[in-house]
Design a protein around this ligand. Structure first.
Ligand SMILES: [Zn+2]
Length: 188
């Protein structure tokens, strides 16, 4: 919990708009119990200090859950819209923001800048939603090779993280654009 708190606190100061999911599993004698969290990093940063340490035995789970519920109610106003749990939860119990593929095609030839042009089918749901300013598009890449500016080794193998170090740059050497996903919560 302390390590997660430190990570969230640092990330909140650098990119408060990031959406973070985390899962911590504890093997109690009776069974493995998973604690899953999801939220914008600034919100998790406000919540984590209000949570008690995880219970030492499984008997403490009910009290811990009650306290966590009270901490949530104290920390945040009642939300107008809350995603259903089934929208976020996976069969393993982890919380996960599902993305949907967007039916768009990069325009061949591209532009001279590093901006990527895409074609969206006229009158499609995506075109309507996009013109209403609702979702954004997130590019999804498969990165095969990248160099870390911190240790000048492969970023895929080194222990550095550009998320938490604004001075660290990652040079992508080899990647494939896999497609585009809808997002109403782009990383900032
Ligand atoms: Zn590195």
């Amino acid at each position: 919990m302390d390590a997660l708190g430190e990570f969230v606190s640092r990330l909140a100061s650098l990119s408060p708009g990031r959406f973070v999911t985390a899962e911590i599993a504890i093997d109690y004698v009776e069974r493995r119990t998973k604690f899953s969290l999801a939220g914008f990093v600034s919100e998790l940063n406000a919540l984590l200090p209000a949570l008690k340490p995880f219970p030492l035995t499984i008997d403490g789970l009910a009290d811990w859950s009650d306290q966590a519920h009270r901490a949530l109610r104290r920390t945040f106003p009642k939300a107008k819209y809350s995603p259903e749990h089934v929208e976020l939860i996976t069969p393993s119990g982890a919380l996960y923001m599902r993305r949907k593929w967007a039916a768009v095609e990069p325009i061949p030839g591209g532009s001279a800048s590093d901006q990527l042009a895409v074609r969206i089918k006229k009158d499609s749901d995506l075109a309507k939603a996009y013109s209403a300013g609702e979702p954004g598009l997130a590019k999804l890449y498969e990165v095969r090779a990248a160099t870390c500016s911190g240790c000048v080794r492969s970023y895929l193998e080194c222990a550095c993280t550009s998320l938490l170090d604004p001075d660290l740059a990652v040079q992508v050497n080899d990647c494939d654009l896999l497609g585009f996903m809808w997002t109403s919560r782009p990383a900032r």
